[in-house]
Design a protein around this ligand. Sequence first.
Ligand code: S3P
Length: 428
Amino acid sequence: MRGVFIKPVSGVEGEIRVPGDKSISHRAALLGGMAHGETHVSNFLLGQDCLSTLRCLKQLGVHWERQGTEVWIRGEGMEAWQEPSDVLDAGNSGTTSRLMLGVLAGSPFAVTLTGDASLRSRPMRRVTDPLKQMGARIMGRQDGNMFPLTMSGGQLQGQVFRTAVASAQVKSAIILAGLRASGETKVEEPALSRDHTERMLRGFGIEVLSDKTIVRVHGGGRLVGQDVSVPGDISSAAFFLILGSLVGRGELILPNVGVNPTRTGILDALRTMGADIEVLEVSEICGEPRATLRVRPARLKGIEIGGDMIPRLIDEIPILAVAACLAEGETVIRDAAELRVKETDRIRTVAEGLAALGAKIEELPDGLRIQGQPYLRGGQASSLGDHRLAMAWAIAGMLSKEGVSVEDMEAADVSYPDFLTVIEKVAQ
Ligand code: S3P
């Protein structure tokens, strides 16, 4: 339970290479394990969540080696996967769990999956119900809604699904199961969620048809090992976009940040608020666009967001709430009830955490209402084991009057192990 005092800063300066994208790292490891031939992943995220995916793959008999942020996966196809001799532990990782359930739904053996206390309280029915409809057998707590769950896969049948929530984890689980099902599998979401699975599958040689919020795949395709270069994670960059916008002076440069349009809601929201962010040197590698971002201080004003924008910035809402506390006027975030089933109930934990630091913030059933103020006082806040809260509180501390003492700061290791070192390096 490491507590760290984060003191206020008056400026920032420097270049920050944010670590690899969490969503893309998970997918590179999984698809590499499913493919035939070698997959080489560079800039793999060494966060705890992605290491959980690698560990689970090893238990399933997939051979891989890692040196720093480079991973080599010796893909022998899913036929070579073996029944694990112990429970698979997804740790804190929703993505490992949901995607792994999808991949394993078509395997002829039994697997039990579990995770930490947070993951064991998160809903899995959104994935297990469709997988059961496709033919998987799943048993566990609350009739298959909560970890630990035991799945014994088998012969799957392609189906048509309309999901209740825009969730890339749900969509991906269904698509991945669909690759091993007979016939076609179709998923329609209420709004477009991140599309990394679709893009990467195409890179691995699978035909994926997508039209706005509809995705279709055919079973029986063969994945071929690839080189995957993972862009920097825009969800990690977001902390610096807000720090660089609201600090007194200086400039931050963030090279090689993923700017897939299904993830850039935070850029759109901050620019609407008045942020000075430039998107430079855009290129596309391995089907994923990336760019250098440059941020300079600006006066921000409040914003109203909701609807289709929410899935495009869902993970950035804790740090966006920090920005809203220091923007002029009111910010209202709606249609974001999904936040209640993230690593913590992020509507409640963000509202309570920021209120304790002096913010004027109100919890709504599906979002937050925040009144901007000229400054945040600071004080004490706990990550409650949630990585994005740990980092949001640290940035709030840098932008506050008195600093913030962050309890359980090590939760940041889930997606950004070097976070503290980096903020110390750029602080002036
Ligand atoms: C993720 C999807 C998002 C996001 C999570 C990672 C993914 O969740 O919040 O951090 O890698 O697919 P949803 O499944 O709710 O979209």
